[in-house]
Every structure is written in C-alpha cells, then in structure tokens.
Design a protein around this ligand. Structure first.
Ligand code: PGA
Length: 240
C-alpha cells in the first residue's frame, strides 16, 4: 500500500486527475474504471477540463464500478452522474464507454453481460471511494472476499448517504445496486482509493492500520500489489 496524505478535497481531486492524465499519456489506449459520489466529483470535472485542453482519450475505454437498480435518468443513477460530471462536458469521447444498465429486466443477464465486458477489458486503473463503514462499491461489511459481480441489497447507512447526497425523498431511495465484486476490483492493475473528510476517519484508520477482514471491506486492497490510498488531513486524522 502506498499511503499519500494531501491537504484537502481539492488537493485530492488534483492528484487523482494527475494519476489519470499520466496513465493516459503513457498508454493512450488505457482502460479506466470510474466510481461516483462526492469523492470523484471534482476530479471528474478536472478530467473533463484536461480532455477539453487536449488530453487525447479517443483510444481509451471508460467504464464504471457499479450502478443502482433503477431508471437510467434517476437523480442517483451512475449513468446520470457520469453524464453530468464528465460525458456531457467533453467534445471528444473515449473509444468505448461501458456502464451497467440499471433498468435491465433480467438482472442475471445484465450481470453476465457486464461480467463479459470486464473479462474482455483488463482495467489499468480502478478508482474507488470509501464508505464510512469501509465498503467499496456495494461490497458491504460481511461480503465474502471472493465476491464476483452481483446485485447487492443496500444497507440502511448506505441508503441514508445516498438519500442525503442526492436530496431524495424516502420513497425514491434505491435499495439495490449492481457492483463489481472484490474479485473484479482486485483485477485492476492499479487500484486507487480516495477518502476526504472527517466522516471517513474511522474507516481510513481501520483500512490502513487494522486487520485485513471482511468486516472492513476496503482492507482487502492491502493485498493488492499496486494499491494507492489517498487521504486528506481530516480523513487521516486518526492515523498513527
Ligand atoms: P462518497 O461515497 O464518495 O459520496 O463519500 C463513497 C461511498 O460511500 O462509497
């Protein structure tokens, strides 16, 4: 694990952008897998700026970690988030964009379809946000470390975060999510986990200094040979 401490959310976003730019410059046909939420929001906007200033992504493949079960245009969908913060703001598109279809009628078929896409395209970078309970994607505490792409029932805490972040009414909150499992996450050549803010401090400490355990999902990343953990001052406040 390479632990990198930055000052704040903005510095974190700048560093994430730098990792992606360096990757794309050194390998123009990179396969990059994104996540959504507060963590990558500013980073995606900065990446859009870099693309509009000439960063050539036309040979890249972009994809995503997860997606809520629900309508594509729902306020909380990964599809909508990626369009709002990235795809709607760039003039040149990547060669391929892959996202999970949260509207699919047959969830098993959709898991198979996206699973096949993952098999075809090894990821150069997978970026992840950290749940306050240590989850990554929808791999919540207790999910077996050998999990493969599946549909997860969201925990109460996760549903509350989604509700607050997107300003949803109680009845609008999605309850299930398609997610890469630990297996697919660990397959990426480089995994970058980013955490900002004091609400993440407990999970950051547990992931960096605690036991590697299914009770703390992101702790598995310490077994990854190329794992970068970026934390800002508030998120890293409890670290030794
Ligand atoms: P956040 O969410 O990026 O909105 O903080 C991370 C997560 O809970 O997975």
């Amino acid at each position: 694990m390479q632990l990198i401490k930055v000052r704040d959310y903005h510095e974190m976003s700048e560093l994430l952008t730098k990792y992606f730019i360096d990757q794309i410059v050194s390998k123009p046909d990179s396969v990059l897998s994104f996540t959504t939420g507060k963590t990558p929001q500013e980073f995606l906007m900065k990446l859009a700026d870099a693309i509009n200033y000439g960063l050539d992504i036309s040979n890249c493949i972009f994809m995503n970690l997860d997606e809520f079960v629900g309508k594509k245009d729902a306020a909380y969908s990964v599809h909508r988030f990626m369009h709002t913060y990235l795809y709607d703001n760039i003039a040149v598109m990547p060669k391929e964009i892959h996202m999970i279809n949260g509207e699919a009628e047959d969830k098993e078929e959709e898991l198979k379809r996206y699973g096949n896409i993952l098999k075809q395209h090894g990821r150069d970078i997978q970026i992840l946000g950290l749940g306050i309970n240590g989850h990554i994607g929808a791999n919540e505490p207790g999910t077996p470390f050998n999990s493969r792409m599946f549909v997860a029932d969201s925990l109460e805490t996760t549903m509350r975060s989604t509700k607050d972040y997107y300003g949803l009414k109680e009845e609008e909150v999605p309850t299930q999510m398609y997610t890469m499992g630990f297996t697919e996450i660990m397959e990426a050549d480089h995994v970058i986990l980013a955490a900002s803010g004091s609400s993440k401090a407990y999970a950051v400490k547990a992931v960096a200094e605690g036991e590697i355990s299914e009770d703390m999902p992101a702790s598995i990343l310490r077994n990854h040979p190329n794992f970068t953990f970026i934390v800002d001052e508030a998120a890293g406040a409890l670290l030794k």
